[in-house]
Design a protein around this ligand. Structure first.
Ligand code: NCD
Length: 321
């Protein structure tokens, strides 16, 4: 595993939340909170990353994550280049690393990478020059660290604590990098109980996420929860498309207003999006008073600003809003 921290303990890369300390995660959340403004207010800006160049390399579809990384870098004064996969030389046979070295020669300081293949962010991180940072924007089913941070930040804003909380993660956990990063963050931050709630075929392997409890019955999984995180069925990562009838899934595992009443009355609902309304979540819930889904999107930019400001090299320091 490529080290994420520099010798002095500061964050250089962000590839996974696994192994980061509670202090490291809390510092990132505190820094992100400084960049949060109410929806409708003017976005915060600073010149902390003036002179820094950030390259977004996304080889999988993305709306929120790519746009929010781009906005985050821009609001800190960095220059951003977006490489679409069709434009990158990867498809012409050039290896990923040759693309990276080319961009490094063009003075890219931070690579933001989303790829379907496990191991790509760490591979790049192992080969870049010492002043360059790599941020994962989603790695296969393995990790999505900035999503885990924005989920934790949203929970902290709404619940004001982590201790004592019961968090139910519901849906296609087996294929979800979002669930894995959320579990790593929330376990480290000290929630009382992390429940993985899914049909047996969508639970992760028994050797994974050991500290979590597992439920194959959604009613039992939701009972008394403080936080309900819904996940999309990730068809693109499934080898076997057999059990994919959306209506039948909604019947047995969709979050309806009736099922949400099994959670605590003040429970919040999270979803990383994209949502499939009428499959994993009912529109009444997605748009209802307990939904914190729009807060998650807003917090995504703040978290990415905090991470960029934290990793960007000395001389570009400053980061406050
Ligand atoms: C997620 C992803 O790409 O992992 N989306 C996101 O980044 N907000 C979740 C998903 O695709 O289901």
């Amino acid at each position: 595993m490529t080290a994420q921290l520099r010798a002095d303990g500061t964050l250089r890369h962000l590839l996974t939340l696994e192994g980061l300390s509670r202090k490291d995660i809390t510092l990132l959340l505190d820094r992100a909170q400084q960049f949060v403004r109410p929806i409708g207010a003017r976005a915060p800006t600073s010149r902390a990353l003036e002179g820094v160049t950030v390259a977004n390399l996304f080889t999988e579809p993305s709306t929120r994550t790519r746009v929010s990384f781009e906005l985050a870098a821009g609001r800190l004064g960095a220059r951003v280049v977006n490489l679409e996969v069709q434009l990158s030389s990867r498809v012409k046979g050039e290896s990923m690393l040759d693309t990276i070295f080319t961009l490094e020669a063009l003075h890219v300081d931070v690579f933001v990478i989303r790829d379907a293949e496990a191991g790509v962010p760490a591979l790049v991180a192992a080969h870049v020059a010492p002043h360059v940072s790599v941020l994962s924007a989603g790695e296969g089913s393995v990790a999505h660290p900035t999503q885990g941070l924005l989920d934790a930040l949203t929970i902290r804003q709404r619940k004001r604590r982590f201790d004592g909380l019961v968090v139910a993660i519901v849906g296609d956990i087996r294929h979800s990098r979002v669930a894995r990063s959320a579990c790593h963050a929330l376990a480290t931050l000290g929630v009382a109980e992390l429940r993985l709630v899914a049909p047996p075929a969508l639970l992760p392997g028994a050797d994974e996420l050991g500290g979590c409890t597992r439920h194959t019955d959604i009613e039992a999984g939701l009972a008394g929860a403080d936080v309900v995180m819904m996940l999309r069925i990730q068809r693109e990562r499934m080898l076997d498309e057999a059990q994919l009838d959306g209506a039948a899934y909604f019947e047995s595992f969709g979050l309806t207003p009736g099922r949400l009443r099994l959670a605590k009355p003040d429970a919040i609902v999270l979803h990383p999006q994209p949502m499939n309304r009428g499959v994993e979540i009912a529109s009444e819930v997605a748009d209802g008073p307990q939904s914190a889904i729009r807060d998650q999107v807003r917090n995504g930019v703040a978290v990415r600003m905090a991470v960029l400001a934290t990793v960007a090299r000395a001389g570009a320091e400053g980061g406050s809003a």
